[in-house]
Design a protein around this ligand. Structure first.
Ligand code: LLP
Length: 420
């Protein structure tokens, strides 16, 4: 059951016409389907039925408080990468013992915050970080459960900016040297090495890279057991891809079956950190066509959403389907869909066959629930857009559109500039 569908040539999100929200709120805005969010979380979690596991939604994909609260209500834990995500997770009501903390550059204040909240586990990415966590835990009279993030050197076959498990990437510790790091951790007073972690990349559309990573992780778990270090938590990270266009990624069931088979009944708790697969196809970006323009070589559709609202096309050359909110025309044209920002990299699509939309028409940029709003910015002093959630026939603004005064919030003109 898809929750973004046409009824009489009008795009609906569940039982609400997308156009009616645009009429009420103006554009651009992100729009999320409650039913899709629930279905995606539940089908991912249910795929691991029978396995001791904790699904920790990866906050970086979408940190809206309502979305975080929804997954918390469905039983999710949270994967965080900053003090800010910890703050938002706690505000959304996540119990600290369902929060896992990854990232190569944790600051001392962030480590202290996570230690004092007693989160479940720190995914440690370097020897130096391990020493800092141990020292801070000692200072705060805490003991930190930690996992070492290893880099299994598998090629996830995805965009180079979002592959993380190759030996040339900055993430994790080389698997070959990991036993030594665990031994060092075991000798430290204030950390318990109880977990093993990896995250090999994002938008992965095959199960093979996950399986390859698991072979290497299971070998490491056995080697550690021989040295007396028992791994209680195995964190597989996130990374399962979605369909943006032609991709055919494995369904959660297939992914879960592959992982279960590789684990072969091992006595441990599996942690998963899915982001995109849960929220990606549960959200769209609704934008209005401002102008049509015939360039010398290309036709342009200029929209009121730009690269600051959705960075993925500019940054990764990512494909997002773009469809009309109301099908006014049967013809198609080939055009670049571009935003108002003063850069040629500001596009939502290039040389795209698209409906022959006119100024004032609305477009939906599909599959933008993950890394859409989360990566948006105020570049060019543009207001960050509203976020709306639909549930059945209701819709609710879950983040207001920013206003001009928001743009100067926190800025101060120093006295030496006043009166100049
Ligand atoms: N766990 C860790 C440690 C991660 O670094 C990530 C994503 C995830 C989990 C969630 O991965 P997912 O299930 O969403 O693939 N901005 C890029 C994606 C960057 C992913 C960063 N890490 C994009 O728009 O494609």
């Amino acid at each position: 059951m898809h929750h973004f569908t046409y009824k009489n040539d009008n795009l609906y999100c569940e039982d609400v016409a997308v156009r009616s929200i645009a009429d009420a709120l103006g554009t651009p805005f992100y729009l999320y389907s409650h039913a899709t969010l629930c279905r995606h979380y539940n089908s991912f979690n249910d795929a691991f039925e029978g396995i001791d596991r904790l699904v920790c939604f990866s906050a970086k994909a979408n940190t809206n408080l309502s979305i975080l609260s929804l997954f918390r209500q469905l039983g999710s834990g949270l994967d965080i990468v900053s003090g800010g995500e910890l703050f938002k997770g706690l505000k959304a009501g996540y119990p600290p013992d369902k929060i896992v903390y990854s990232g190569v550059g944790k600051r001392i204040d962030e480590i202290d915050y996570a230690l004092s909240e007693e989160i479940l586990i720190f995914n440690v990415e370097s020897m130096e970080e391990l020493d800092v966590i141990n020292a801070r835990a000692g200072e705060l009279k805490k003991t930190a459960d930690i996992a070492i993030r290893v880099n299994p050197d598998v090629d996830p076959g995805t965009h180079p900016y979002i592959s993380t498990g190759l030996s040339k990437n900055k993430f994790g510790i080389d698997t070959a040297g990991a036993v030594e790091v665990y031994k060092a951790a075991a000798g430290l007073k204030n950390v318990n090495p109880v977990g093993l972690d990896c995250h090999i990349g994002s938008q992965i559309t095959e199960v093979a890279p996950f399986k390859d990573a698991l072979v290497s992780l299971c070998g490491l778990i056995d080697a550690l057991e021989e040295t007396g270090i028992h791994i209680k938590y195995l964190d597989m990270g996130g990374g399962l891809g979605i369909t943006y266009g032609e991709e055919t990624p494995p369904e959660p069931d297939e992914y879960a079956r592959a992982i279960a088979a590789s684990l072969n009944g091992r006595d441990l708790k599996l942690i998963l950190e899915p982001g995109r697969v849960i929220v990606g196809n549960a959200g769209i970006l609704v934008t209005k066509v401002l102008y049509r323009k015939q360039g010398k070589k290309k036709e342009f559709i200029i929209t009121d959403a730009g690269m600051n609202d959705l960075m993925r096309p500019s940054l990764y050359n990512a494909y997002h389907a773009i469809i009309p909110v109301v099908k006014n025309s049967k013809d198609t044209i080939v055009a670049d869909v571009v935003g108002p920002i003063c850069e040629s990299g500001d596009f939502l699509a290039q040389e795209r066959p698209i409906h022959n939309v006119q100024s004032g028409d609305l477009l939906a940029v599909m599959s933008t629930g993950a890394y859409g709003f989360a990566m948006s910015s105020n570049y060019c002093s543009r207001l960050r857009v509203a976020e709306v959630m639909v549930r059945g026939t209701e819709h609710s603004v879950i983040r207001s559109r920013e206003t001009y005064p928001d743009l100067i919030e926190g800025e101060n003109i120093p006295s030496f500039l006043i009166g100049c």
